[in-house]
Design a protein around this ligand. Structure first.
Ligand code: DC
Length: 232
């Protein structure tokens, strides 16, 4: 708990099912939802718009601290919309260009520092589901529930492959597997906030599991934690 706010920190690599699980979990519990990856994506887009170079550490940190961003639930059904300077950029921040940019800005310590307080500000009653790479290790180290979702590189590449096929883009599955493996290596060994499970995180391997099965496992973990908090 942070005051009376219950925090559920969910970390893991992309393709682990994190985003979907976090949104379902937040809806089920009536909690707020923080998509911290979207913040790094928003920074990459804001930098592009304001012509800040992706290696200009000082200006990027200032932009990270002051960019005008917000999140809102869309009216027709539960999907969070991402807003930059009043404009809905939910689709734009998912482009390949912005994905690559977000990964670069996310490796800059001053940027991570500038976004830290902005991420923590999402913690409000009754609770928060925080989705990212360092939610349990850095941003919310006292969160009573920490989950680390993972899946085999092959499964994560297959999920990405299916998404791209749905969008009508043809790609090689073997190339995607290679991509996933090299990104894992980079994310897990980077100096600042590497992607590693917190010591007290419960790890869940989602390989071969459907969404409902994973959601039920996570809900069980949350309930167990609530019961032990009530007893103590
Ligand atoms: O989860 P995502 O793909 O939207 O994240 C975008 C980028 O930001 C990705 O390169 C990982 C990085 N990221 C991070 O370093 N720390 C977080 N808490 C969330 C995302």
């Amino acid at each position: 708990m942070t005051g009376q706010v219950s925090i559920i920190a969910v970390d893991g690599p992309s393709g682990s099912g994190k985003g979907t699980i976090c949104q379902l979990l937040a809806t089920r519990l009536g909690y707020h939802y923080l998509d911290s990856g979207a913040m790094y994506r928003l920074l990459a887009l804001a930098a592009k718009r304001h012509k800040v170079a992706l290696d200009d550490v000082e200006d990027l940190a200032v932009l990270a601290a002051h960019m005008d961003i917000s999140f809102r639930m869309n009216s027709s059904g539960g999907h969070p919309e991402v807003i930059l300077e009043g404009e809905d950029v939910t689709q734009q921040i998912r482009s390949e260009d912005i994905s690559a940019g977000s990964s670069l800005v996310a490796a800059i310590p001053a940027v991570r520092m500038a976004l830290l307080e902005r991420q923590r500000a999402f913690a409000s009653a009754p609770g928060l589901v925080a989705d990212g790479r360092d939610m349990g290790t850095v941003v919310f180290p006292d969160a009573p529930v920490k989950i680390f979702l993972n899946a085999s590189p092959e499964e994560r590449a297959k999920r990405r492959y299916n998404q791209l096929m749905d969008k009508g883009e043809s790609v090689s599955l073997a190339a995607l597997v290679e991509n996933v493996r090299s990104r894992d290596e980079r994310d897990m060994t980077r100096e600042v906030s590497p992607l590693v499970p917190a010591q007290d995180a419960v790890e869940i391997d989602t390989t071969g599991k459907d969404i409902q099965e994973v959601l039920n496992t996570v809900l069980d973990i949350v309930r167990t934690s609530e019961m032990s908090a009530q007893r103590s």
